[in-house]
Design a protein around this ligand. Structure first.
Ligand code: SF4
Ligand code: SF4
Length: 357
């Protein structure tokens, strides 16, 4: 039986005591010198109040808890863009991770990674994982609760995709184009990483065009659990999303990987989040492929680029797994529209909401 704790939290200034209570109840083995890796969602350099990233005050509370016990806290994530020192510097400042640190906390700038065997993997028999994973004793995964245009929902399990370095993430997207295979890859990553504890920042969530272009919505909850799958399952329920629309949930259910859950903590009134705009087509999968493709193009459209908002930063071009975008005549253009796999990485990583789906 997996234990999931759900706590009401009205604002980020009140989160420290709640985080301390949660961490106390999981009896983590942290003592003097224990190295603890704290993995927030830092998908792109955005301010904490945008609800794109894990709020730094939750990270700060975890850092303080770890350091009070004598542990050594490291904050690390590989964002959606390049995994380089200069970019990490911008990322940490913009997301205020710098404010989450004490003078003892380590902000990770080591951008090396290791390729490891993953024999038990369903689709990923080898994994490329960022270095801090290998140099820490305990992993505390701190996700942000958001809707997601490609994955439907992002929380504890999807947050572990940030253990894959920089643009290698785009390669994985390209290898596992459809959401079912991509879900298998996420399960492989989660089974390998096995975080000690996962926490979800659901105080300010994101609804609609998540994970970066949606609207902030207050839900006032913090959730925690040792098993990211069951934790996500509870989180999805609490914000009124539909588990059957979530490809990773369906994959886990099919594989019998969802344990019984005991939910502890506060009674929370349902906060309904608006779903991401793309539509699930699994109910049409019996149709012949050309017809399915026709519906898919309507329901899951090829992205468009808003020339008025676009500043030609090139993020979408470098992060496109299909390498099918270019900057030409001062605008973003497709090299070949048919190569677009509708992963919406361009939408996710555009800092100016210039990608329309
Ligand atoms: S254009 Fe956008 S949606 Fe299409 S493959 Fe590239 S990143 Fe993915
Ligand atoms: S669409 Fe967005 S990510 Fe792409 S170049 Fe324009 S501003 Fe940058």
């Amino acid at each position: 039986m997996d234990r999931v704790i759900v706590k009401k939290c009205d604002n980020y200034d009140a989160c420290q005591d709640i985080i301390f209570d949660i961490l106390d109840s999981y009896h983590l083995k942290i003592e003097k010198g224990t190295k603890v890796l704290i993995k927030p969602n830092l998908v792109m350099p955005k301010k904490p109040e945008t609800a794109v990233v894990t709020h730094y005050k939750i990270v700060k509370a975890v850092v303080l808890y770890v350091e009070n016990l004598g542990g050594i806290a490291t904050i690390a994530d590989s964002p959606g863009g390049p995994y380089q020192k200069k970019y990490l510097d911008i990322l940490y400042k913009e997301t205020k991770m710098t404010d989450a640190c004490s003078d003892k906390t380590i902000l990770n700038y080591d951008n090396s990674s290791r390729i490891v065997e993953n024999k038990k993997g369903i689709v990923l028999k080898k994994l490329d994982i960022i270095e801090p994973y290998f140099t820490n004793d305990i992993i505390i995964n701190i996700a942000k609760l958001k809707t997601h245009c490609f994955a439907y929902y992002t929380g504890a399990t999807k947050n572990l995709f940030g253990f894959i370095p920089g643009l290698i993430k785009a390669e994985y997207h390209y290898r596992f184009k459809d959401d079912n295979n991509f879900s298998k890859a996420l399960i492989d990553i989660c089974e390998f990483i096995k975080p000690t504890l996962s926490i979800i920042d659901g105080i300010d969530c994101m609804e609609g065009e998540g994970p970066t272009s949606g609207k902030k919505k207050f839900a006032g909850i913090i959730l925690a659990g040792e098993n990211p799958y069951t934790l996500d399952s509870v989180a999805i329920d609490k914000v009124g999303l539909k588990k059957e629309n979530c490809p990773i949930y369906n994959e886990l259910a099919e594989k019998g990987m969802l344990n019984e859950i005991e939910v502890l903590g506060d009674n929370i009134n349902l906060i309904q989040l608006k779903e991401a705009p793309t539509k699930d087509l699994s109910f049409l999968k019996f149709l012949p492929k050309p017809i399915l493709r026709f519906f898919s193009n309507i329901k899951n459209p090829i992205p468009k680029f808003d020339g008025k908002k676009c500043v030609l930063c090139g993020n979408c071009v470098i992060s496109c797994p299909a390498k099918t975008l270019k900057i030409e005549q001062k605008k973003i253009q497709f090299i070949d529209k048919d190569k677009c796999i509708k992963c919406y990485c361009c939408h996710e990583l555009c800092p100016h909401k210039a990608v329309i789906i």
